[in-house]
Design a binder for this molecule. Sequence first.
Ligand SMILES: Nc1ncnc2c1ncn2[C@@H]1O[C@H](COP(=O)(O)OP(=O)(O)OP(=O)(O)O)[C@@H](O)[C@H]1O
Length: 678
Amino acid sequence: MAGARALIRALRRVKIQSGRSWKQILKALVLLVKRFLDNPQVSELLRFIFLGTIVETGRVAGAKMVSTASFKQGELSYEWVSAYIDHHKVWNHSRTFRVVARDAEKMANRDLAIGGGGDGYPDAVYEPSNSEPELFHWRGKHWITISKNETEGSTSLTLQVWSRNRSVLDEFVQESRTFYRSSPQPPPKQDYDYSQSLIVGHFNQADFSYDWVLDYLQSENVMADANEFTISTKQTDAGWNREDAKQLVRYVPSSNTKQRLRWRGHWMQVEFVVGYEDGNGRTSGGSINILLHSCDKAVLGQFIEAARVHYTNASISRVTVHLTDNYGSWARAVTKNRRAFSTLILPGGIKELILADAREFLASEEWYTFAGVPHRRGYLLYGEPGTGKSSTIHALAGELGLEIYFISLAAPGIDDYTLGRLIRDTPSRCILLIEDIDCAFPSREEDDDEPLLDAKGNVIPKEPIPPRSQVTLAGLLNVLDSVASEEGRLTFATTNHIEQLDPALIRPGRMDLKIQYGLATNEQLEQMFDRFYPFNEDSLPELGPSIGCYFSKTTGTRLSASALGALAKEFAVAIPSGRYSIAQLQGYLLGSKNDPEGALEGIGAWIEAQEKAKKEMDELKQRRRKEAALRRAAEAAAEREVAEALNGVNGHVHENGHVNGNGHVKKLGSEEGEASDS
Ligand SMILES: Nc1ncnc2c1ncn2[C@@H]1O[C@H](COP(=O)(O)OP(=O)(O)OP(=O)(O)O)[C@@H](O)[C@H]1O
């Protein structure tokens, strides 16, 4: 408007100054404009401006008609949209692909694979790559152009939704998300860090939750989808292949394989990171990483709780023993079949006493708190080897439903510091088992005798000397008294040499109940025979000898319960009481598993052989000791002779000042000697 007014004012001034009429002035003006437009450059410029205005107006109007969104790989939203458009076969008309070799069976859109006809060889699969925009007629009413861009390792999808209403894009994204969440097809394996959007849980092998999760995942058959395995024949790996738990070859997850499974409506990715093996064949440092397709932390909590409950239930029939690694951490757990308490053969009332004591202790936590007494209890089981100390602890753990945390004080890497850490890391209500506690104190005299030889000149093995421990008495006492030991923990220590233990270690408060395990009494021997040869009425004699059904060698008839009882009594009295361990006799009876009469018949000869071997060994030891004593006496006499001879010389040397103040003779040829000679 301002421009038009200025033009009118200018024309007025021209009219006044020139004295021409308005008609003449306008005519001149039209002529001027016409000349100007006749100039081709000017007209071209004007046309350009005109067209530009139209295009720009169209573009602005068009931009209001389309919603654009891009999705970058590495973001979960990319996976939603990608899975959704794969499902709708958007790329089927594309002409730009990358061809990869995959198993077409596992592809979301199998139309993009050139199948090999099930020949067991990978198929050629077309993966859409940098593409021209593809048109997708979504829900039959909205047009969406989708293009894929790959530049320098970064991939993205760009969507243009042709609608004036942005809510169409919202709905599309929402639908992709829902589709992805509820898809029966497992989500693709993720290599990206989704910790910003999803819950990620790391379960380290050193933590007990690792065992829960491992056990739980085994039961969920997580390996079903895997295509990378380590083949194992170890019994401890049983479970990853559930089809036949007894088969010898097992498929265990290889390092860093990622498996997907759906858990209570949530997809999760399980990454199994294999640890490293130490010199003793124990692995540590492994982990299980779980990427949970949820951002609700409560879901992770539920998962852990489910794993814990599953583990606890599964352990009811088994006893779990936790072992340490070479670095002083809890490394792995092994499970053993529970040993029935009734299979322990101990003199009257001992096992009942231990069980009742432990039960009473576990049930009286409140009392301990009330009385201000640390809630812990120590048991020392001592006595001859092979008399049932370890077996008692395993049976007790099964009976009380507790796990065993086993520490060998002689294990490499266990010192005062690591021992303290191990104890701190054990949960409350467990059995802490410290085996061969005497090896913590190197007071035991080393047997430095020369090896004993038998009649044939073979070396007779010595009684094994427990390896020395780096743990000190003070360190062990500290750990036993520490606050960390006050949480309802039963500490069991075993030893074959109670006489070598410091009284401070076994005083009440540290070791509250001390139980001696002796060699088998007649009562125990009878019980043992009964356990080996029980009578089972239900066993069918026609099937031949079996557990609970034995036959007489002389008559060929089945042995009755009373006949077996009589054999047991005879067996017990045939063996001198307190002479052999249960383990020794167990070894003997294993040779006549289905033959009680044979076991009784052979026991005399067995005892004879044992006694003979023992006598020979004692004689040999005695002879050797005598020889060693004689040899030492001869050596001492020879040393004395040399010393006396030297003393004679020293009488002379002394004058030259060569005997030191302590009466010790300086070594000839030593610096001092040489100096004085010169
Ligand atoms: N009292 C027992 N009752 C039942 N079985 C026993 C008994 N004593 C020994 N055994 C059997 O003998 C074997 C060794 O027993 P165990 O390891 O419990 O003995 P230990 O006293 O702990 O020996 P060590 O002192 O050498 O460790 C086991 O197979 C066990 O079944």
